[in-house]
Design a protein around this ligand. Structure first.
Ligand SMILES: NC(=O)c1ccc[n+]([C@@H]2O[C@H](COP(=O)([O-])OP(=O)(O)OC[C@H]3O[C@@H](n4cnc5c(N)ncnc54)[C@H](O)[C@@H]3O)[C@@H](O)[C@H]2O)c1
Length: 256
């Protein structure tokens, strides 16, 4: 039986853990050959080893040379490239008044510059290979002020705008560019930040989970985000480009 992504080649950055790992697994299950890329080479290798026809590549998405090499390696190894998911990201929880310029730049560098570099080098190659899709991972923090998350949220808002610009620039070349905006998903990025939110918001230990339950109903799962990425990566979304899909259990749609 044919699968949705048979014959396609995909790169997922930050795919050694969390959402990226779930996205790599789902694209692979749908028939894609997946380049599992992460700054943590051992984690990328472990994920790639568990998939059919996958390649692990160690990449720091803030390095222009490494992102360029990642795209070249994908095309060389699998003969083509059709899908890029610039998923790699880092969290950082601190109020603006306490933040160093260095921390601001580190956070925006991974979350925004890494997405620029991924689109810059992958999209022209996808076009040369007959077209395909880029799926960026923004966040609901892009939709409103996000206390304690200034550089993260600003970068995610910029990713949405970059997604829209890239969608128009690459439309003639047959490359669709769309964004998913997850709410809070139960990954290391969130669980490590939860105690910092609790301290800053005056919540008791474990209080962050209660806040999420109140605002989102529950945490999202990496698999739910991967399903949305699959939609934008596949022909099921053939008329979508520059679109944003919010997945958050209703959080941003509610005032209280
Ligand atoms: N978890 C959430 O609730 C949530 C919500 C919205 C958006 N997101 C976004 O989803 C993406 C994945 O987040 P996650 O929750 O899976 O995080 P995670 O911390 O669980 O995993 C992130 C992965 O990215 C890798 N990474 C970090 N810096 C890198 C770099 N410079 N180059 C390459 N790889 C790097 C890490 O090694 C790790 O494997 C991020 O862009 C994040 O902002 C997450």
């Amino acid at each position: 039986m044919s699968k949705q992504l048979d014959g396609k080649v995909a790169i997922v950055t930050g795919a050694g853990a969390g959402l990226g790992e779930a996205i790599a697994r789902r694209l692979s299950a749908e028939g894609a050959k997946v380049v599992v890329s992460d700054i943590n080479g051992a984690a990328a290798q472990a994920v790639a080893d568990s998939l059919d026809d996958a390649l692990a590549v160690t990449t720091d998405v803030t390095s222009e040379a490494e992102v360029k090499a990642l795209v070249e390696q994908a095309r060389e190894h699998f003969g083509a490239l059709h899908i890029m998911v610039p998923n790699a990201g880092v969290g950082f929880v601190q109020p603006i008044a306490a933040m160093s310029y260095d921390d601001w730049r580190k956070t925006t560098s991974v979350n925004l510059d890494g997405v620029f570099l991924s689109i810059r080098y992958a999209a022209p190659v996808i076009a040369e290979c007959g077209g395909g899709a880029v799926v960026t991972i923004s966040s609901i923090t892009s939709t409103a002020g996000s206390p304690l998350l200034a550089p993260y949220a600003a970068a995610k808002a910029a990713v949405r705008n970059l997604t829209e610009t890239a969608a128009i620039e690459f439309r003639p070349a047959g490359v669709r560019v769309n964004a998913v905006l997850p709410g809070f998903v139960d990954t290391a990025l969130v669980t490590t930040a939860a105690p910092q939110f609790e301290a800053a918001l005056g919540l008791p230990a474990g209080g962050f989970d209660g806040l999420i339950e109140q605002k989102q109903g529950r945490y999202g799962t990496p698999e739910e985000v991967a399903a949305a990425v699959l939609f934008f990566a596949s022909g099921e979304s053939s008329w979508c480009t520059g679109s944003s899909l919010v997945l958050d259990g209703g959080m941003v749609g509610s005032l209280l």
